[in-house]
Write a protein that binds this ligand. Sequence first.
Ligand code: ZN
Length: 296
Amino acid sequence: MQTQLTMQSLGSGRPHLLIMAGVHGDEFEPMVAVRRLWQQLQSVVVRGRITLVPIANEPAFLGGQRVGEDGLDLARTMPGRSDGSSTERIAAALAPLIREADAFIDLHTGGRLFRILPLAGYMLHPDEKVLESQRRMARAFNCPIVWGTHPQLDGRTLSVARDAGVPAIYVEAGGGERFEEHAVELCVAGCLNVAGMLGIIERALAPSQVEHVVEDPRVASGHLQVMHPAPAAGYFVPSVELGDHVEAGQTWGTVVDPFGKSLGTVAAAESGLALFLRAVPAVRQGDSTGGVLPLN
Ligand SMILES: [Zn+2]
């Protein structure tokens, strides 16, 4: 199969802003956002260049699933290999594009399985200059939550950017088994905000919508897929709502059998905000049921 990337650029020279969607094939709002950006950005780039990748992992998208046809998660496969499987080859094609950029935005949702509060995140980069650029991008994007996490996680688009010293943020909004227009609008406005902040387009600074800025230097602090694992296979019933303030130890949810008998409860691992929550009730033992944003 082909691993030619579908992408378009507007403008020329630097700074070069790269905006990507569809690293996960079941995250549709960012794909629509990038399509709208393509339409809105025509003839408004005043300096530098914007490159848009609307669907990074086309085989995953065509399969309607998070991972590629080879079962690999593109966000665990970077920087890939050009002689590998389809996801590895896509990763190998994306990596140089990321390394060549001056700023990078990777747009995500909670996917089919999770709903998530809108956030702009970045790695706590050891280079203070890169870190400061990422902080500015994340704040400019203007999601309610700005979240810096430990830089150790590998295999990501952001880890390729990290290794190349390219300022990069990822964005999460929406998810669950429905399409959320507000997530599209948030992604479009956020990317325009960052492009404006970088001087690529002319755009007035929007009033800040940022409510929480959290930097969490603990190892694996940004690894969502391992949080609050289900104690057994069954039907997950959450005890919290997205955005609730939770206390460490309080009941996060229960896994029940088909007649409602408890197979085990999940306790909140720490205090904070219910950041993301499982939208699909079917769980296998060990599946994440959601996660907390620790407020500092
Ligand atoms: Zn994703």
